[in-house]
Ligand binder design. Structure first.
Ligand SMILES: [Zn+2]
Length: 326
């Protein structure tokens, strides 16, 4: 699958719908109401009936309910044609650092608001289920901060309260968003937006995502040390310019997770520019997904994103409170 084949093979919504049905139901049509597999039939208009049947409607033999392939997915109730959705999926999956809603709006000819909503739904579709599987083997952990660099002058003028004492000044990460990532070497990454990087905040995330027997590697940060305790872990001391060392043939370093951070930061800075705090976790899902599928082709990644759509629904009002525009 590439842009060319999407444009020629799935140029209309009906062709795209057949493609969605084939991908989402590889083992036969699944009823979203009762879960029956392969027991639904396509509804056709009766010969003498005047009212036409909506395109792509199936009827379950078990519960007698009607549905389409988009029922219960991120595409439900969307007015965007499915072939446009397919394009959006592919553009987001094939761009290494993501694609902004503005660019999608220009490229696909949908409104900015629609494009924005589409990409957020796609990000939501690829968000990882907690406890789906645990990270094991060598697991690198680190935190990073997202947000612009504060100007030196701003730091001087923004004491938290009146007074000019040194401790009233904001720290270098005070108004940035903290991201904590766990990366299994040669495996998957999981990133979390945390309000503050404290041992108490990180501990539950680690225990939900990392197997007890995993070999954990961090830098010399004391917060991480507290969060991982009493589990054993290896540390590299960046302060003394140690970035990796070998112990019995295994490299102790956090270079892999830092490589992921550099990709994440380039994407956020270069493509998205500003990310709202309330949406950051969805952007992280997007970058995690692209990283975790780095070994497959863009086309395969797009199909994988499409297959993650069932069972996920995201309403516009869940994304933005009624009085706030994107
Ligand atoms: Zn059913």
């Amino acid at each position: 699958m590439n842009l060319n084949s999407i444009a020629s093979l799935y140029s209309d919504p009906e062709a795209a719908r057949l493609f969605f049905e084939k991908q989402c139901w590889p083992d036969g049509v699944v009823c979203p109401f009762c879960g029956l597999v392969g027991e639904a039939y396509r509804l056709k208009a009766k010969p003498d009936s005047k009212s036409p049947v909506r395109a792509g409607v199936w009827k379950c033999k078990g519960c007698r309910k009607q549905f389409t392939v988009t029922k219960g997915t991120i595409f439900e109730d969307s007015h965007i044609p499915l072939n446009t959705w397919l394009m959006a999926i592919h553009l987001l999956c094939a761009s290494k650092k993501g694609m902004s809603a503005h660019q999608l709006h220009r490229m696909l000819g949908v409104t900015y608001k629609s494009a924005w909503f589409m990409v957020h739904r796609l990000r939501y579709a690829v968000s990882q289920e907690p406890m789906a599987s645990m990270l094991s083997g060598v697991v690198e952990m680190d935190e990073t901060y997202i947000g612009g660099k504060r100007r030196a002058s701003k730091r001087k003028t923004q004491a938290t309260k009146i007074g000019t004492r040194e401790k009233d000044y904001l720290g270098p990460v005070a108004d940035k968003k903290a991201v904590f990532s766990m990366l299994q070497r040669n495996g998957d990454v999981r990133s979390h937006h945390v309000q503050r990087v404290t041992a108490a905040n990180l501990r539950p995330i680690i225990s939900l995502n990392v197997e007890a027997g995993a070999r954990i590697m961090t830098d010399s940060g004391t917060v991480l040390h507290g969060a991982i305790h009493p589990r054993k872990h290896d540390q590299v001391n960046h302060r003394s310019e140690e970035y990796g060392r070998y112990e019995r043939g295994i490299c102790i370093s956090t270079n892999t997770v830092e490589g992921f951070f550099s990709l994440l930061k380039r994407g956020i800075t270069g493509i998205y520019h500003h990310v709202g705090s309330q949406h950051l976790h969805r952007y992280l899902s997007e970058f995690d997904f692209r990283y975790n599928t780095r070994k497959i082709t863009d086309g395969e990644r797009s199909v994988m994103m499409l297959r993650k759509a069932p069972g996920k629904r995201l309403m516009y009002k869940q994304l933005v409170p009624p009085h706030v525009a994107p």
